[in-house]
Design a protein around this ligand. Structure first.
Ligand code: PLP
Length: 531
């Protein structure tokens, strides 16, 4: 039986669902009267959820009541310990424990730009930026507005047999910025998915099976991308992966040539700057690698998942070198506007034509969720914000300020070694100090684990200074920063003051170090996923 309220709603949707599903919708407790729906022709009521306390209850005869109010759910999650408990119970108890051990078990209730707030109103400086996702900053009003507009316009999503207009627009915007003859764009939903597509494209275009990547390289954690991973600890437990895949030392031309000479290599896959530890190759190396690839018929795949979209002080990481011309380029992270996952694989027409080689093969590689309307809207908005706010230039300026500030501390804190930085991709390498006391502390901590000194920096930065940072990877003494590109001088000062105070404490006495070793044991000994 059709309930009284919905029977007044003459929308086609209810009529159709009543016919086809033999079930009807009944709206109760809804602020907006169904009569108004008939007036504006909307299929759904303007549900305001918890904004003004109203709850929209939709009941579907035969299916029971469905009640949903996001704000109430958020409140429930934020209730003391609830989020922790459910994450630990349902998702990842080990990671939940790690978060607790290093003092990262916080409940953030709000985020804006480079800042987060917890439920007590404490403000945090985010120098991780979601592994370098939030280039434009969190909850950027332009990105938000784009998503809200897409929703308000009731734009279709994933129609599948259509040419999504926003995807065409985003592809055009990317091509305008990237150039280099990379004239076809394939959209994905993540970085690793982009790498998987690039691997398939390269194999198909060359008819070869081999892949070469670099030691310490990181390209994602799905099977194909993992096969390229240059860190054994990530691969451990999942091998064998893709046969014919091998790694060469980063920036080693002789070794690369040796591998390419075999003639079976479809692609050389490389980051312009390695995320894991932030390693910047010598000038001219990437162009020389490109020449070698051309010589041996191998495609050059440049992974700009992390370095792209303004991160390094230019739109692309390869923009710092003259004339590097990849055959395939992969973007993701910053393109999302920090809101909706998205990635893009840009290829030469010649490569694309060999993959999508006939009408029959026109969607030979695709995925259900690619070119989502919200993702395309977020990507377009993110690119426009990067331009309008000159975020690449800002990344360069703020990154330089950070580096100079850290380098200035070196005479005072002898465990600060190399500071590697390009734009807002920055690593601080710690080295064994020379002083007796400091050296004893260093040795003690390294006897337990290679990452622990850096962890001893990450923990007080968070607990004493409310700054989020991360260890750059497995088995390295490197602290990594990839903050949103919108940080300002005040944020740089905030970090430098917190870092100096932390270094001071660590260099003064072995006390905090001992405490840390006792507290963590071998429990929190890990490098971050992505770097
Ligand atoms: C250079 C690089 N490539 C690929 C990936 C994988 O991206 P995702 O985590 O979106 O799968 C990452 C992630 O950190 C990355 O840094």
């Amino acid at each position: 039986m059709i309930a009284e309220e919905t029977s007044q709603d003459n929308s086609g949707h209810n009529a159709r669902s009543a016919q086809s599903q033999k079930s009807v919708l009944k709206l109760t407790h809804c602020k907006v009267r169904p009569a108004s729906l008939a007036n504006n022709g909307a299929l759904y009521p303007q549900v305001r959820g918890g904004v003004d306390g109203a709850i929209c209850r939709i009941t579907s005869q035969g299916r029971g009541a469905v009640t949903f109010d996001l704000r109430r759910t958020v409140d429930e999650c934020n209730a003391a310990g609830a989020a922790d408990r459910s994450f630990g119970e349902h998702i990842n108890p080990r990671f939940a424990k790690v978060l607790g051990l290093i003092g990262f078990d916080r409940h953030y209730v709000r985020a804006l730009g480079p800042h987060l707030w917890d439920s007590a109103g404490n403000k945090f400086l985010d120098m991780i930026g979601g592994y370098g996702v939030c280039n434009v900053g969190r909850n950027h009003p332009v990105v938000r507005r784009a998503i809200e507009d897409a929703l308000a316009l009731e734009l279709p999503n994933w129609v599948a047999f259509e040419a999504p207009p926003l995807a065409g627009a985003l592809a055009g915007e990317l091509k305008r910025r990237v150039g280099r003859g990379l004239d076809r764009v394939f959209f994905t939903n993540s970085g690793t998915e982009g790498i998987e597509a690039a691997i398939k494209f390269a194999k198909c275009a060359t008819g070869r099976a081999g892949l070469v990547s670099c030691h310490r390289g990181f390209h994602g954690l799905t099977t194909g991308a993992l096969a390229l991973n240059g860190c054994p600890s990530f691969r451990s437990g999942f091998e064998p992966l893709i046969a014919g895949t091998r790694q060469v030392p980063f920036a080693d031309l002789a070794e690369l040539e040796c591998q390419l000479r075999s003639g079976d290599v479809a692609a050389f896959v490389v980051e312009p700057i390695q995320g894991k530890g932030v390693h910047i190759p010598p000038a001219g190396w990437l162009k020389a690698a490109e020449r070698l690839c051309r010589k041996f018929g191998t495609l050059l795949i440049v992974d700009e998942v992390q370095t792209g979209v303004g991160r390094t002080g230019a739109f692309l990481g390869i923009d710092h070198e003259a004339d590097v011309e990849p055959d395939i380029l992969v973007l993701s992270k910053g393109l999302s506007g920090g809101m909706i996952p998205v990635g893009a694989v840009m290829t030469r027409v010649g490569v694309w034509d060999r993959v999508f080689s006939s009408l029959d093969r026109s969607i030979i590689h695709s995925s259900t969720f690619q070119m989502g309307t919200l993702a395309m809207a977020a990507g377009l908005a993110a690119l426009s914000v990067i331009d309008d706010e000159k975020l690449s230039a800002r990344a360069a300026a703020m990154g330089d300020l950070l580096r100079i500030g850290i380098e200035d501390m070196r005479p005072r804190y002898p465990s600060i070694g190399a500071v590697r930085q390009r734009g807002l991709m920055l690593a601080i390498e710690f080295i064994r100090p020379t002083g007796l006391l400091e050296r004893a502390a260093w040795d003690l901590i390294h006897a337990a684990d290679k990452n622990l000194f850096t962890q001893a920096t990450v923990i007080p930065l968070m607990s004493d200074h409310r700054i989020l940072t991360q260890v750059a990877g497995h088995d390295m003494d490197v602290l990594k920063l990839t903050p949103p590109l919108c940080i300002d001088v005040g944020d740089v000062r905030w970090f430098l003051d917190g870092f100096a105070a932390t270094m001071n404490k660590l260099h003064q006495t072995a006390g905090p170090v001992r405490q840390l070793v006792a507290g963590l044991g071998r429990n929190a000994l890990f490098g971050s996923k992505a770097q």
